[in-house]
Design a protein around this ligand. Structure first.
Ligand SMILES: Cc1cc2nc3c(=O)[nH]c(=O)nc-3n(C[C@H](O)[C@H](O)[C@H](O)COP(=O)(O)OP(=O)(O)OC[C@H]3O[C@@H](n4cnc5c(N)ncnc54)[C@H](O)[C@@H]3O)c2cc1C
Length: 391
C-alpha cells in the first residue's frame, strides 16, 4: 500500500506549509494565541478568544478554511484529504484552533450534510470567518457513552418547541453563540428513534450556563440548564425524530479530530528535558519508545489521509488512531514527569508547570469524543463484526 502524498497532495502540502511558516505565530512568542488557553479564565481566555478569532479570519481570507466545503457557502470545494493535510500541517506547528474546532470541523460538516439550504447560507459563512463560535449540547449527567438515552425533552407547542433538561461537559458554551442540541421529541419511541437535533441561539431566554472548573484549573466546559427554552420550528436540524442519524455525523468527525494530528508535548520538548536532567539514569529506551510512537502516529495519519483520498469511510482508522494517540500522550507525559524527579510535582511558574498541566490534561484525550472502551466497541462491532452481547 502506497501511503505517500500524490503529486497534487504534495504540492498542496508545500503551499500550506509555506503559508503557515510565514503566518503562524511562533510557539512561545508573545503573539502565540494558544498560550492563554488552558491557563484559566478571565483575561487569559479573552485574549485567547480574540486571537483565535483573528487567526480563523486570517485562515479564511487566505483560502484555507472550509477546504472541502461547497463554494456557495464560503468553502473551497476541494477534497477531504486537503482538509486533513491542512490540519496536519497546522498541528505540526502547534497552532491551537480549539475554539473553532467544534464549529468548523464537527458541526459545519454536519450542517452541510443534513441542514436546509437557508440554514447553510445563514450559518456557515460567519462560522468560517471566525465570527461565531459553536458548541454541542449532547452529553447529560447519565448519558455520555450511552448518548441515545438523553432525557432533555423538546415538546412541540404551536410553532415553537419548548426545551427542558440539563446538559454537561459542554465545551465552550460560555463563549459560544450557537449550539447543536440533541433532545427527545418522542418519548414513546425506541431510544434511538425519538430524538431530534436543533440549532439553538444560546442567548435565548431559559438557558443557564455554569462553567465547570476541571483539574487543570481551566474552565473549558460547562453545565447547561434549560428551563422552558422556546425555540422556533425553523430551528429543527434534519428530520424530526431522526436526530440520531444527524448526531452520528458529528461524532464521526469528532473522533477523527481528537485522534488526528499530534497533541500534547512534543518529542523535541521531551528530548530537551532529558538532555538537561542528568540524574544518571539511562532513559534512552523510553525515549526511543516515544519516538517510535510519534512515527506510528505519522503513519496512522498517512493511512487516514489515503483512505479519505480514496473516498472511503475512516471509522476504523479514526478509532484506532484515537486509542493509540490517547495512550501515547499519557506515556509521553509520564516520562516527562519522571525525568524531572520530585520537581515534576511542583507547580511554581517554572517548566514543571507545563508538564504538570499536560499530565492533568492527558486523561481528557481518552474520554472526550468517546472513551477508549467505546472506540473498542466500535471496532469490535462495526469493523470486526463481533455480535453485541444480549443484555
Ligand atoms: C474535555 C472534554 C470535553 C467534552 N466536551 C463535550 C461537549 O462539548 N459536548 C458534549 O456533549 N459532551 C462533551 N464531553 C463529554 C464526553 O462526550 C463524555 O465524557 C464521554 O462520552 C463519556 O461519557 P461519560 O463521561 O458520561 O462517561 P460514562 O459514559 O459514564 O462512562 C464511564 C466509564 O464507563 C465506561 N463505559 C460506559 N459504557 C460502556 C460500554 N458500553 N462498554 C464499555 N465501557 C463502557 C466508559 O468507557 C468509562 O470508562 C466532553 C468530555 C471531555 C472529557
Amino acid at each position: 500500500m502506497n501511503l505517500a502524498d500524490t503529486p497534487d497532495e504534495a504540492a498542496f502540502r508545500a503551499e500550506v506549509r509555506a503559508w503557515l511558516v510565514a503566518n503562524a505565530p511562533p510557539k512561545g512568542s508573545p503573539d502565540d494565541f494558544s498560550q492563554g488557553y488552558g491557563v484559566g479564565d478571565g483575561p487569559d481566555e479573552e485574549l485567547f478568544l480574540e486571537r483565535s478569532r483573528a487567526w480563523q479570519a486570517k485562515v479564511e481570507a487566505a483560502g484555507f478554511a472550509g477546504l472541502s466545503w461547497p463554494k456557495e457557502y464560503g468553502g473551497q470545494g476541494g477534497s477531504q484529504s486537503k482538509e486533513y493535510i491542512y490540519a496536519q500541517e497546522q498541528s505540526r506547528l502547534g497552532v491551537t484552533t480549539e475554539a473553532f474546532d467544534v464549529g468548523v470541523r464537527m458541526i459545519g460538516p454536519t450542517i452541510i450534510e443534513h441542514a436546509r439550504d437557508d440554514q447553510k447560507a445563514a450559518l456557515l459563512p460567519p462560522m468560517l470567518r471566525g465570527e461565531e463560535i459553536w458548541c454541542q449540547l449532547y452529553s447529560e449527567p447519565l448519558s455520555g457513552s450511552d448518548l441515545a438515552s438523553v432525557r432533555t425533552t423538546a415538546i412541540r407547542d404551536g410553532n415553537d418547541w419548548v426545551v427542558n433538561g440539563q446538559k454537561v461537559w459542554t465545551s465552550g458554551a460560555h463563549y459560544s453563540k450557537w449550539a447543536m442540541l440533541l433532545a427527545r421529541t418522542d418519548p414513546a419511541a425506541a431510544k434511538h428513534k425519538g430524538l431530534t437535533c436543533f440549532i439553538v441561539d444560546l442567548e435565548t431566554a431559559g438557558f443557564d450556563i455554569r462553567p465547570l472548573r476541571q483539574m487543570t484549573g481551566a474552565r473549558h466546559f460547562n453545565e447547561v440548564f434549560m428551563d422552558d427554552v422556546r425555540i422556533p420550528a425553523s430551528a429543527e436540524f434534519g428530520a424530526v425524530n431522526d436526530g440520531w442519524h444527524v448526531v452520528l455525523t458529528t461524532l464521526r468527525h469528532e473522533r477523527s479530530i481528537i485522534g488526528g494530528g499530534h497533541h500534547g508535548p512534543t518529542f523535541a520538548e521531551l528530548a530537551a528535558l532529558a538532555a538537561r536532567s542528568g540524574d544518571g539514569s539511562d532513559r534512552s529506551r523510553d525515549l526511543v519508545d516515544v519516538h517510535i510512537g510519534d512515527r506510528l502516529l505519522d503513519l496512522l495519519d498517512m493511512r487516514v489521509q489515503s483512505t479519505l483520498s480514496h473516498g472511503r469511510d475512516t471509522t476504523m482508522e479514526s478509532s484506532v488512531k484515537k486509542i493509540f494517540h490517547g495512550r501515547h500522550i499519557s506515556r509521553t507525559v509520564r516520562l516527562g514527569l519522571d525525568l524531572q524527579g520530585a520537581a515534576g510535582m511542583v507547580t511554581d511558574g517554572t517548566e514543571g508547570d507545563h508538564w504538570a498541566h499536560e499530565a492533568l490534561n492527558a486523561p481528557m484525550y481518552r474520554i472526550a469524543g468517546g472513551t477508549d472502551e467505546i472506540q473498542r466497541n466500535i471496532l469490535a462491532g462495526r469493523v470486526l463484526g463481533v455480535p453485541e452481547r444480549k443484555k
